[in-house]
Design a protein around this ligand. Structure first.
Ligand SMILES: Cc1ncc(COP(=O)(O)O)c(C=O)c1O
Length: 449
């Protein structure tokens, strides 16, 4: 049987959707085959930190590829991997000293979970294996990472295939699971970790994992000050490792190297990050405390784990060049400053009654949409409000990252914004203009329906 030569054979995420063909990109813009330009207002899915088409990165890529692109991590190390690990450790909170490289975020999350488990066994606590996570969270789509994720809509189809893991309440002030207002909050959502540990049995709990700022599931949900400090205390009290999932927030996105730095808390492991190589190559990392590494080194001597593209020299060289670029252009500080400007400008959108909440940290911001601003009632998910507004902005040349399920796992609509850290104030103004028009149009259509 012969096929038409031009027939598209790609298995797309939404097979009925017509995707424009991206052909080139530069700075904060992506261009399609028809010559249309799109502002990359979400860095894809919070990936692109330094902007597209940066010459220094292409040079680093070429240079490394000419020397050696691949050597398997079970057979060789490389200067590129060693150099990158040193640079990452310099950026991390004290105590985090060893870097394990991966090629996907879900893979990195599962690596952290396995590392925690093997560490517990090798230090003589073989009964510790459970990993507690939170509702309204996202840790990835592979089955282990999905089990930890607190997003009912993404989980329910695959539930029979997933291990059961405990979840606690999210630190979601706009929809406080304990019905509190900021002035009578006692950070009950952090105390919920202690409750869960006690119910599960502290002797069985290996680790707690959380995103410092929730990304895909709820749209830039920032915990209140004191939350992560309390979480750290509870983890210490019950001998539970604290893993922070900085796959979206790491490497400068929130205006600090890592989002957890905002609260001065040192986790036991950091999982990061899409921004590590800014989309130029798929590379992620797990950074662990020296003790975790040393316990395995001095115990069995082998971390029973590994992936073919771990420690890939080409990806490591690219990420190294991205870190240099971030430093040379002071992009972490810039994320903090421009992030403040973005939030301030986004407040203009409060003029739309369907805008319930605007929040964020650094250049990671969320807009949550509600049917009723007073009661905070979400829209019927069948309306697909996030897709409608995100789709309208896309047509107008602004890429956002629409998401849903934050309110109760199914309901709740938001747009996540995370432009490259190089964005200017004028470009932010343009983003807000497009959002304003898109929200106005979709709100009017909903009213008219
Ligand atoms: C916080 C967090 N963890 C893990 C992942 C999974 O990363 P990947 O899509 O590379 O598997 C994501 C992806 O959005 C994420 O936001």
């Amino acid at each position: 049987m012969s096929h038409a030569p031009q027939e598209d054979r790609v298995f797309y995420r939404s097979p009925r959707k017509k995707y424009p063909t991206a052909v080139r990109a530069e700075g904060i813009l992506i261009y399609d085959q028809e010559g249309r330009a799109y502002i990359d207002g979400s860095g894809g899915a919070v990936v692109v930190s330094i902007g597209h088409g940066v010459r220094e990165i292409l040079q680093a890529m070429q240079c490394q590829a000419a020397r050696i692109a691949f050597a398997h991590g079970s057979q060789f190390t490389s200067e590129a991997a060693k150099e990158l690990a040193r640079k990452i450790v310099e950026l991390c909170p004290p105590g985090l000293e060893r870097v394990y490289f991966l090629s996907g975020g879900s893979e990195a999350v599962e690596t952290a979970v396995k590392m925690a488990r093997q560490y517990q066994v090798e230090r003589g606590k073989p009964e510790k294996y459970k990993v507690i996570s939170r509702w309204a969270s996202y840790h990835g789509n592979t089955l282990g990472a999905l089990a930890l994720s607190g997003h009912t809509g993404r989980r329910r189809l695959y539930l029979p295939l997933m291990p059961h893991t405990p979840h606690i309440a999210p630190a979601y002030c706009y929809r406080c699971p304990f019905g509190r207002e900021p002035d009578d909050c006692h950070i009950e959502c952090a105390e919920d970790l202690e409750t869960a540990i006690l119910y599960e049995g502290p002797e069985s709990v290996s680790a707690f994992i959380a995103e410092p700022v929730v990304g895909a599931t709820a749209g830039a949900v920032v915990p209140r000050d004191g939350y992560f400090q309390r979480i750290r205390e509870i983890c210490d009290r019950y001998d539970v490792l604290l893993i922070v999932d900085e796959v979206m927030t790491g490497f400068g996105r929130t205006g600090r190297n890592f989002a957890i730095d905002h609260w001065g808390v040192a986790p036991d492991m950091i999982v990061g990050s899409k921004g590590l190589a800014s989309g130029y190559s798929p590379i992620y990392c797990v950074v662990s405390k020296a003790e975790i590494h040393d316990t395995i080194r001095d115990g069995s001597g082998v971390f029973v784990h590994g992936h073919t593209y771990s420690q890939n020299p080409l990806s490591c060289a690219v990420a190294s060049a991205v870190i240099d670029y971030v430093r040379a252009h002071d992009l972490v500080r810039r994320a903090a400053v421009r992030g403040g400007y973005l939030l301030e400008r986004l407040r203009l959108l409060e003029r739309h009654p369907i805008v319930g909440d605007i929040r964020g940290l650094g250049l990671m911001a969320g807009i949550e949409f509600v049917r009723n601003r007073r009661t905070r009632e979400p829209f019927d998910p069948r309306l697909k409000m996030n897709q409608k507004i995100g789709g309208r902005a896309f047509e107008k040349g602004l890429i956002t990252y629409p998401g849903g399920g934050g309110a109760d796992g199914i309901r709740g609509d938001h747009l996540l914004l995370a432009p490259p850290l190089i964005i200017t104030e004028e470009e932010i103004d343009r983003m807000v203009e497009i959002l304003d028009a898109s929200i106005a149009e979709v709100a009017a259509e909903i009213d008219a329906a």
